[in-house]
Design a protein around this ligand. Structure first.
Ligand SMILES: [Zn+2]
Length: 383
């Protein structure tokens, strides 16, 4: 395991180096180095540090590529800015270019994977390794357990050919509402889990720094959180498959995940202190879950997902198009003050998204008569 930790440390070192270079970059300055420039610097760093040189170059290069990918996700607004990785918290590395013979099944319960510079590593075969696997990621969670995850882009699912469009609205109380009227709820923390988490966090506060007890409590906290993360991922897989099978076109909000995450967790630089609170916790899960859901939809319903710029979807009537803040009577109730149409507020928003409706701020400020009769303006963009 020491060699695996070494891979993690080197991947982290390279990632943080890239992170630091980008942190100094401000608009107006010369561009921060891209992947190619950083790859060249990696070669120099390897020449300089024997410690890096002794490690796997593919692991280190992959960390750079992952960073470049994270930056591009950040610029496209689908993820937070990649941040500094800390020892003990972000232990992991990725290996690509995996050949089929590098992953072997030993028996019913165990398999083994070939890790560069380490050799064969045995792992529990807890779920099917996808066919044609190209890469894997090895991580060590805060509970000190090692995981290996094999990645494969899921095969696209053919559309049903029924010409049906669905709109998806993400929410806080309801995880996602469909324009069909379905309300989908992702299982977040159960009451028991939340209680246990609170108890553990209180206990953690009383532990002496660096003590064994503190490490044990931290591991227990990580286990509770990992369980919820697993549940969320399962949910995303189920829902995305279901939607890709049932609808030909899927419209989702093109929303600013960064803004959402920030509201729950504070800024990336200064994380909020209320992360342990119920709302913050579940909102964090939703923010992550939403990005993952859209990504999975784009894999499974390839070419059939449209992002809609969704301003005013919660204030606009999906029946007559009238926009007024008073339409939204409460978190859950929508009742149009113009035509009397009433429905679940999130479903109403999902119907607006399904219609591909997007209203500009200018439109909303127009006198009532003008805005009401305007043709819905299609503003969809290819994913
Ligand atoms: Zn109306």
């Amino acid at each position: 395991m020491a060699e695996l930790l070494e891979h993690c440390a080197q991947a982290r070192f390279v990632w943080n180096l890239a992170c630091e270079q980008h942190a100094h970059w401000r608009p107006g300055r010369a561009a921060a180095p891209g992947y190619n420039e950083q790859a060249r610097q990696l070669t120099e760093a390897r020449a300089e540090f024997a410690w890096l040189r002794a490690g796997s170059v593919t692991v280190q290069q992959q960390a750079l590529r992952d960073f470049a990918h994270a930056m591009s996700s950040f610029f496209r607004g689908i993820h937070r800015r990649p941040s500094w990785r800390k020892a003990g918290r972000d232990e992991g590395f990725r290996q690509v270019g995996v050949k089929p013979e590098h992953v072997q099944r030993l028996n019913r319960r165990y398999g083994r994977v070939l890790v560069p510079k380490v050799g064969w590593v045995r792992f529990r075969w807890s779920r099917a390794v996808p066919e044609g696997v190209k890469s894997y990621r090895v991580t060590c969670d805060r509970a000190g357990r090692w995981h290996v995850a094999f990645a494969a882009i899921p095969d696209p699912i053919p559309g049903p050919g029924n010409g049906q469009t669905v709109g998806l609205d993400r929410g806080i109380a309801v995880s996602a509402a469909l324009s069909t009227g379905e309300l989908l709820v992702v299982a977040g923390f159960s009451q028991g889990e939340r209680r246990r988490l609170r108890r553990l966090q209180r206990r953690l506060a009383r532990c002496a720094r660096g003590s064994n007890r503190r490490a044990r409590v931290k591991a227990a906290i990580a286990r509770v959180k990992a369980r919820v993360t697993e549940r969320r991922k399962d949910w995303v897989e189920k829902i995305s498959t279901d939607l890709a099978r049932r609808f030909d076109l899927i419209r989702v909000e093109d929303l600013d995940i960064r803004g959402m995450t920030r509201s729950a967790k504070g800024t990336v630089e200064r994380p909020g202190r209320n992360v342990g609170q119920k709302a913050g916790l579940n909102r964090g899960i939703l923010a992550n879950g939403w990005g993952l859901l859209v990504a999975r939809l784009q894999h499974k319903a390839a070419g059939r997902v449209r992002k809609v710029r969704a301003a005013y979807t919660s204030q606009q009537c999906s029946a007559c198009g009238h926009i007024a803040p008073e339409n939204r009577q409460s978190q859950a109730v929508f009742r149009c003050v113009a035509c009397g149409f009433a429905c679940h507020a999130d479903v109403n928003a999902a119907r607006n998204i399904a219609a591909g409706r997007a209203v500009t701020a200018r439109g909303a400020l127009q006198p009532l008569g003008g805005a009401v009769n305007r043709e819905p303006h299609l503003a969809t963009s290819a994913p």
